[in-house]
Design a protein around this ligand. Structure first.
Ligand code: F3S
Length: 270
């Protein structure tokens, strides 16, 4: 059995940076928390908890200490609240997400209606939107643009994990609505690169494992992409998961032994 690990598997630049900042903060201040889970990995969140850093849903009960801002950012009012409470802020927002937030802010300030291409329920998008004024609209696709009010000046940014194709469709729809259009391509290619490589791999193997948090949207998307090409694709979170093996009535014992030995070997080489 040959096991191939994709070259671009695992932490992207922003997640690596956020995790590093969080682990560095551990031990410096007894009252250190993250606002929301630092990244979508229950195991990393668990490790930080063991070091005394817990994830908070809000800053309500916090009046001193250090707050770490997660990789995909938070809403502006949470930052303001932390500043007003004089908390020590460790901003682990990915610089690419920060860029999208900054563009929304400056577009709003210069009179543009802002279109954010993305998933309205995703915390990254909610964070990005919060940096704008009143006229900020989230659209999931080009079709959603048809429902927007008329605007003379439209500024467009995207959730970092959007596909280029979708951004292009939204831009085309906005062009049809006339006016002046400014587009900032804020898509981060880490997701696309992972998906492309995973597709290639899924097309040439007999079984594919996708490792990642069950709550991670990008892991689930990777699963979908692989499953389209390889129906035997499985989502696992850790090495602790169990594997069952059975065999048909006509399967010789030596084949079963070979498979079992191979799996046991893989287990031992950890
Ligand atoms: Fe990662 Fe930042 Fe891109 S968190 S996926 S490098 S936007």
């Amino acid at each position: 059995m040959k096991v191939i690990l994709a070259k671009q598997a695992g932490f992207c630049f922003g997640v690596k940076r956020a995790t590093k900042l969080a682990f560095e903060a551990a031990g410096k201040d007894q009252n250190t928390y993250t606002l929301g889970p630092i990244i979508h990995s229950p195991q990393v969140v668990g490790k930080l908890e063991n070091l005394g850093i817990r994830a908070l849903d809000s800053l309500d009960g916090m009046d001193h200490g250090t707050i770490i801002i997660r990789s995909h950012g938070v809403e502006l009012n949470a930052i303001t609240e932390a500043q007003q409470k004089n908390l020590n802020i460790v901003d682990a927002t990915c610089p690419f997400v920060k860029k999208a937030q900054d563009h929304v802010k400056s577009l709003s300030q210069t009179g543009y209606g802002v279109v954010v291409v993305g998933d309205a329920d995703h915390p990254e998008v909610q964070g990005i939107v919060s940096y704008g004024g009143e006229k900020v609209y989230v659209v999931a696709s080009g079709d959603d643009v048809k429902k927007l009010p008329k605007m003379n000046k439209i500024g467009i940014v995207a959730q970092t994990t959007q596909s280029f194709e979708n951004l292009k469709n939204v831009v085309c729809e906005c062009l049809l609505r006339g006016g002046e259009i400014r587009v900032f391509n804020t898509i981060c290619d880490a997701t696309a690169v992972r998906q492309e490589e995973a597709k290639k791999l899924a097309g040439k193997v007999d079984c594919m494992l996708v490792i990642g948090g069950f709550n991670s949207a990008n892991t689930r998307r990777l699963l979908e992409v692989c499953a389209e090409l390889q129906p035997r694709t499985y989502h696992i979170e850790t090495a602790a998961e169990r594997v069952g093996v059975t065999a048909g009535a006509s399967t010789p014992k030596w084949i079963i032994d070979e498979v079992m030995n191979k799996i046991e070997e893989l287990n031992k080489s950890d």
